[in-house]
Write a protein of this length. Structure first.
Length: 155
């Protein structure tokens, strides 16, 4: 596989994938909702690109002392290439750069075993359940990880 780049998502990135949001990225937000997210000052989104082709995207919301992961999505034809892991690592790095952030939280479909295993691999713990959260059918598992601060200070 060619070199994977992780970059800040732009409106032009969204425009380039808007026609494939549902076909290539599963059941996802519509274009206008996603565009509002990109314009929200408390949201940050990244894209994963290979040869300038968008192969995934991920986002966070900043809320006081917590970062909430809104999504980590890899294009269907690029799954199982560790792109999701790379994006999750970048989101954690972004959260660690925010001094006041103490934790990262997310919801994951209780039927999505690969995603649950990924989050557990990164240290996320199951802390709750939202019944019928997805399409009023599937439950969501709430997972959290506490931020470990890098200390460079001498005592």
């Amino acid at each position: 596989m060619d070199k994977l780049e992780i970059l800040r998502m732009t409106i032009s990135d969204l425009d380039s994938i808007k026609d494939s949001l549902f076909s290539d990225y599963d059941d996802f937000w519509n274009y206008s909702t996603f565009k509002s997210e990109l314009l929200n000052p408390n949201s940050k989104y990244i894209v994963a690109k290979i040869n300038n082709e968008i192969v995934g995207f991920a986002g966070i919301w900043k809320a006081v002392d917590d970062i909430h992961i809104t999504n980590i999505v890899t294009a269907k034809k690029f799954r199982k290439h560790h792109i999701g892991s790379t994006m999750l690592s970048k989101l954690i790095e972004m959260a660690e750069d925010e001094k006041e952030i103490t934790s990262i939280t997310l919801e994951v479909n209780s039927n999505n075993e690969p995603a649950i295993k990924l989050y557990e691999k990164f240290g996320f713990k199951k802390v709750g359940l939202r019944k019928k959260y997805y399409n009023n059918t599937d439950d969501a598992i709430i997972m959290t990880i506490h931020i470990r601060r890098k200390t460079n200070e001498k005592k």
